[in-house]
Design a protein around this ligand. Structure first.
Ligand code: NAP
Ligand code: ZN
Length: 348
């Protein structure tokens, strides 16, 4: 018998989320049932629920920054036990057989990984995400949250944390590298923390100086307002790596000019619109424009352990489930400091 749990769901692109119930499958031999304690709010939840990225299988429960406690394990589960502190991020399965999966890069599964919500699960049902009381996930896609990190500040690490850690590692951010982060939101503030902990020189490029004090406290060495045209003059050719976390259209050509020779601008922000690029801004200094999706399961665990070792999680504002619509509006207004996290106990 499936288990019925409380949740918040999107029902249409232009309607607020509503309280509802959904069913979670029985725990199979390799499954884990998780009592969700905290669920982070990612801008991707909003893009998805509002139909900005394509067709939506309504009603849909979003949320892919899940932190909780193991409530039940299947008979063949070996790595987790009831009571363990665990997390689930943006994917809950992948084919396991393609070249990418075999290399441990499930996020780039050639058959498409199974997304935590709005994905097609192995039984054909549509996956439902973390704005809910429980989730059932195969053990291979469950992460261990180290004891040193509280569950509420850990939740955003499962998407915002790994999505920024992965490109910083891939492009070797560290001592001697100059990293810029565009956008001080959920992903951006994690990029600042990670890049600082990795030893890079970190610059924030934000629309205004409103969050400057926070940016410097979180580890940035420099902070600039992109509304000031002088910023682009002053910083021309300054960075080895730029991580763009912005959820909206941006003048990429202007930002590419801030890269040094051989520098890379990697987009993790995922606006629905195409972004035009003036190719001369690449050619003129052998610059690269790249993209990056979340991170692998192994890399997510590495990032969680790295955060525990360095003593940080996300900067969060905990809300009750009935404040979720208000929180979404604040995310859309760039008024988030720096991740909203739903206290799932308020769904009881
Ligand atoms: P967020 O908290 O809303 O942060 C985005 C930040 O971008 C804002 O705080 C703001 O920072 C800046 N910004 C917003 N609108 C802007 C505009 N019109 N012009 C310039 N800057 C603007 O969102 P998030 O949760 O971090 O997600 C950011 C993006 O990453 C979303 O598109 C999301 O879907 C995507 N994402 C991608 C992946 C992946 O795997 N690649 C994973 C997760 C999320 P300032 O106020 O500092 O300017
Ligand atoms: Zn996300």
């Amino acid at each position: 018998m499936p288990t019925t749990v409380n949740a918040y769901a999107a029902t249409a692109p232009d309607q607020p989320l509503v309280r509802t119930t959904i069913e979670r499958r029985d725990v199979g031999p390799r499954d884990i049932r998780i009592d969700i304690k905290f669920a982070g709010i990612c801008h991707s939840d909003i893009h998805t629920a509002r139909g900005e990225w394509g067709q939506v299988p309504y009603p849909l429960v979003v949320g892919h920054e899940i932190a909780g406690i193991v409530a039940e394990v299947g008979s063949e589960v070996t790595r987790f036990a009831v009571g363990d502190r665990v997390g689930v991020g943006c994917m809950v399965n992948s084919c396991g057989e393609c070249e990418q999966c075999r290399q441990g890069q499930e996020q780039y599964c050639l058959h498409g990984n199974t997304q935590t919500y709005a994905g097609k699960d192995r039984d054909g049902s549509i996956t439902q995400g973390g704005y809910s009381q429980q989730v059932v996930v195969t053990e291979d896609f469950v992460l261990r949250i180290p004891d040193g990190i509280d569950l509420d500040v850990a939740a955003p690490l499962l998407c915002a944390g790994v999505t920024t850690y992965s490109p910083l590692r891939h492009w070797n951010a560290g001592p001697g590298t100059r990293v810029a982060v565009i956008g001080m939101g959920g992903l951006g503030h994690m990029a600042v923390k990670h890049a600082h902990a990795l030893g890079a020189e970190v610059t924030v490029l934000s629309q205004s100086l409103k969050k400057q004090e926070d940016g410097l406290r979180l580890g940035a060495d420099h902070y600039y307002a992109t509304s000031d045209p002088d910023t682009f003059e002053q910083l021309r050719g300054s960075f080895d790596l730029i991580v763009n976390t912005v959820s909206a259209e941006l003048d990429l050509t202007a930002y590419l000019s801030l890269l040094a020779v051989d520098g890379t601008l990697v987009n993790v922000g995922a606006p629905p619109q195409p972004l035009p690029v003036r190719v001369f801004s690449l050619i003129g200094a052998r610059r690269s424009f790249a993209g990056s999706a979340i991170g692998s399961i192994a890399e997510t665990q590495e990032m969680l352990d790295f955060c525990a070792e360095h003593g940080y999680g996300a900067e969060i504002e905990v809300i009750s489930a009935d404040q979720v619509n208000e929180a979404w509006e604040r995310v859309l207004a760039s008024d988030v400091r720096y991740r909203f996290v739903i206290d799932v106990a308020t769904l009881d």
